[in-house]
Design a protein. Structure first.
Length: 211
């Protein structure tokens, strides 16, 4: 009586019998790979949807430079118009679906544009702090003349006459304004704000001028 052939399969030229340790290990590995692949796809899908949500806040100039499909641009525009939470959530899911159709070059371009915007925002914050710091030094009761000298040395293109006029007026405004009541913020006059704008424009202009 002939022996019934053992059921199995070959893996890289090696016979693997069904029910053997190797068979069970290969099946466990296959299941793990399938689960990992599913988790990986889910994570990638969530990342792309998050990227789509960030696109909603991208400046128009940067968005126009991405050359994205009209369907995605229309979906983003519609998402901005929807105020209902559930409606917006469904719309963003649709945006995520469209994002998954983009190729890697488009995704990298989106990331680069978002990074450019974040860098620009950081520069604005730094400029804000620099301007406020200079204004406080120039208006300080002590050391303001030294601050003016240092400012003119750092920014020789400044109109010194206008700078000093704004400083004098801002000081006069501070002395003339009534003291803030409890719970109120510090009151400041018009020249205080004009001095800030003047300093900011000089700082911004000098930063943009090649050395």
């Amino acid at each position: 009586m002939s022996r019934k052939p053992q059921r199995g399969y070959y893996v890289r030229g090696q016979f693997v019998a069904e029910g053997s340790e190797m068979d069970l290990e290969l099946k466990r590995q296959e299941k793990w790979d399938a689960e990992f692949s599913k988790t990986d796809r889910k994570r990638q899908s969530e990342e792309l949807q998050t990227l789509g949500e960030e696109l909603l806040g991208l400046r128009t100039k940067l968005l126009d430079g991405l050359d994205l499909p009209e369907s995605l641009l229309d979906a983003l525009a519609e998402a901005k118009r929807i105020s209902d939470f559930e409606g917006r959530r469904r719309q963003m899911q649709y945006v995520g679906k469209l994002m998954r159709k983009l190729d890697e070059a488009d995704i990298e371009a989106i990331r680069a544009a978002l990074q450019e915007q974040r860098s620009g925002h950081a520069d604005d914050v730094l400029l804000q702090h620099q301007t406020e710091g200079w204004r406080e030094r120039l208006l300080a009761e002590q050391g303001h003349e030294q601050a003016v000298t240092e400012w003119m040395q750092a920014h020789p293109s400044t109109d010194a006459q206008q700078l000093r006029a704004l400083i004098r007026q801002a000081r006069k405004d501070q002395q003339a304004l009534p003291k803030a009541q409890p719970g109120e913020g510090l009151r400041q006059g018009r020249a205080y704000r004009e001095l800030f704008q003047f300093l900011r424009e000089v700082l911004q202009s000098d930063q943009q001028t090649p050395a």
